[in-house]
Ligand binder design. Sequence first.
Ligand SMILES: Cc1cc2nc3c(=O)[nH]c(=O)nc-3n(C[C@H](O)[C@H](O)[C@H](O)COP(=O)(O)O)c2cc1C
Length: 189
Amino acid sequence: MLEKITERVSCGRLQAPAPSKAQMQKLFQAALRAPDHKSLKPWEYIVFEGEQALNQLAQAYLEASLKENSDLDEAKKARILSLPHRAPMVIVAVAKHRHHQKVPHLEEILSTGAGVQNLILGAYDLGFGAYWRSGPLCFNPHLKALLQVSQEDTIVGFIYLGTPSVELKAKPIPEIGDFVRYGLDGIDG
Ligand SMILES: Cc1cc2nc3c(=O)[nH]c(=O)nc-3n(C[C@H](O)[C@H](O)[C@H](O)COP(=O)(O)O)c2cc1C
């Protein structure tokens, strides 16, 4: 398992097939085991799979973008419509705001992020590719409305899933000493 985690890479070049229904059940089970303060289960995953559903998502992207800026030229509109079609499946990952006295929304976002990572790692383990994307659409209030996501909730990302059309190559792992320190030795004061 550790080996899979360290060798995982994102893949932006994705084609059909996406994981099957049975595989998605397993992947969502992994996502729903994310660490979760006070067991609030602050997660929602909205799945868009196949041409028709991806077209619906594309239309929502366009409508929401036009509400932010009605001056988009034809090239920009075409690009927006093409975005969801970069994979056979796109999952919108949402952190729900449960308004718990002891759990700030940040922790719900972190929990959803952990769930997404479980899902991505699981997909990699099953031989699929994934790419976690965000961008301004995550924060577009019109897109939230069109996706029936409450304004107080947070879209943490658009997770693209499918079969890699290129060979995946592990990346170098950063130098541990640059990111980790032990205790307070060497700190003045
Ligand atoms: C919250 C979040 C949002 C991201 N949004 C984007 C994005 O919009 N576009 C993008 O190219 N990469 C985005 N990334 C980064 C990619 O998912 C990916 O991690 C990065 O390209 C590095 O590849 P690797 O995972 O193989 O190291 C995002 C990552 C995270 C955690």
